[in-house]
Design a protein around this ligand. Structure first.
Ligand code: PLP
Length: 411
């Protein structure tokens, strides 16, 4: 992987404000976009813009083809068995709300159980909390071990009452929380009792090779903007064999055979699940992001690069008085792409805004994962998260500026 070349592909990374170089370390929130993706989106608007699936003139047919090509690319990227399994959404959040409001709401009854982990992002927590209030479905949680920051799963958490297992594939605060082969075991056990499995892969699809057929969830969700694509686009994977069981989440244009018959009949997936005008340019942009990744990243190299940055960062943090790292250090050094930590007696927001004034972008807070903060009794953390364009030098500057910020804030 040519990291020097990669940096040049992202115009924003050369941005200097008040003579300070931008150091972008908030990739778990959203990633920067290479010019190739930006050009593909503006190129669509400049040369090909038309609504899809409707017009019979060449411009509309071309737009439809570009949109469907993007779907094919994404299907291939995660090794889906058929492009009809790839549904365009606005992001991870919408994908999970989709399943909560359609399949789950239609299939679960009071007393049925949904199993989550204690480390869910609110996107994979609040839809289930609301649903439980509305329907009497019960929520259960796989506990996070406060020493190892790994999940403590026991077989008895999944019973005949379990109808859905909705899990984060990787935590946006702690990184990987699964023990070796544990997730595969949970998915297998869920299927044995007839439960469906939903994986929130917002923090994994951008960083590791996903083989959806091997992983075998029923639903999987991720966001385009966390993998070099634009905002406003995400993917909901729905396994082909269960698509007939899933009702549309929204209804409207381009998804019905007959709307005037007594009961409307839906067209096949994916159109069945994409009512109305979809985010066409954004989907094409996500297809371009996949092209860029295929061209420039091999996932083994990316993992090594990100883990080296985590390792360097952790080594530096461990030299600073009062710093506590929040996560499994050994694992983060080997496979991580983010590191969360806090500094004794200083509010993390104060540190983040001081770093911000130096043009260093990191995230501070609970990272939309309050249940995790509550069970681990940690108010807030600073999170540094890496992607393909980050460098050793950026970690060095970050560590130096962090130390200066701590000295300043401690007075
Ligand atoms: N799940 C995880 C693990 C995340 O990290 C995020 C975003 O940070 C989300 C869900 C929500 O993603 P989005 O805001 O793109 O819908």
């Amino acid at each position: 992987m040519d990291f020097e070349k990669i940096r040049k592909d992202f115009s924003i990374l050369s941005k200097v404000i008040d003579s300070k170089q931008l150091i972008y370390l908030d990739n778990a929130a959203t990633t920067q976009k290479p010019n190739f993706v930006i050009d593909s989106i503006s190129g669509f608007y400049k040369n090909h813009n038309a609504n899809i699936l409707r017009g019979v003139y060449p411009l509309a047919e071309q737009a439809t083809e570009m949109y469907e090509n993007a779907r094919q690319k994404i299907a291939k990227f995660i090794n889906a068995s058929d492009a009809c399994e790839i549904i365009f959404t606005s992001g991870t959040t919408e994908g999970i709300n989709f399943i909560a409001d359609s399949w789950v709401q239609n299939n679960l009854k009071p007393g049925d159980e949904i199993l989550l982990t204690e480390a869910e992002h609110h996107a994979n927590f609040l839809p289930w909390v609301l649903l439980a209030e509305k329907t009497g479905v019960k929520l259960k949680f796989i506990k996070i071990n406060p020493k190892t920051f790994k999940l403590d799963f026991s077989d008895d958490l999944i019973t005949e009452k379990t109808k859905l297992v909705a899990l984060t594939h990787s935590s946006n605060v702690l990184g990987n929380i699964w023990q070796k082969d544990q997730l595969e075991k949970v998915i297998k056990k869920a299927h044995e009792v007839g439960a469906k499995v939903l994986l929130d892969a917002a923090q994994t699809v951008p960083h590791q090779k996903i083989d959806i057929q091997k992983l075998n969830p029923d639903f999987l969700v991720f966001s385009g903007h966390k993998m070099l694509g634009s905002t406003g686009i995400g993917i909901l994977y729905i396994k082909k064999e269960i698509q007939d069981e899933v009702a549309p989440y929204r209804v409207g244009g381009s998804m019905v055979h007959s709307s005037v018959s007594k009961s409307p009949t839906w067209v096949e997936s994916p159109a069945k699940f994409e009512a109305g005008t979809p985010p066409i340019a954004q989907a094409i942009g996500l297809g371009a992001a996949v092209d860029y990744i295929n061209e420039n990243i091999n996932f083994d190299g990316l993992k090594k690069h990100e883990a080296n940055l985590c390792s360097k960062l952790i080594d530096g943090l461990q030299q600073i008085d009062g710093v506590t790292i929040f996560g499994n250090i050994e694992e983060l050094k080997q496979t991580g792409h983010l590191v969360s930590f806090f500094v004794e007696d200083i509010h993390v927001h104060d540190i983040a805004s001081l770093l911000g004034s130096k043009n260093i972008c990191v995230r501070a807070g609970q990272h939309c994962a309050q249940p995790l903060s509550t069970v681990l009794n940690v108010q807030a953390t600073l999170r540094v998260s890496f992607y393909l364009y980050n460098t050793d030098k950026e970690v060095e500057i970050f560590l130096k500026e962090l130390q200066e910020a701590i000295i300043f804030l401690k007075g």
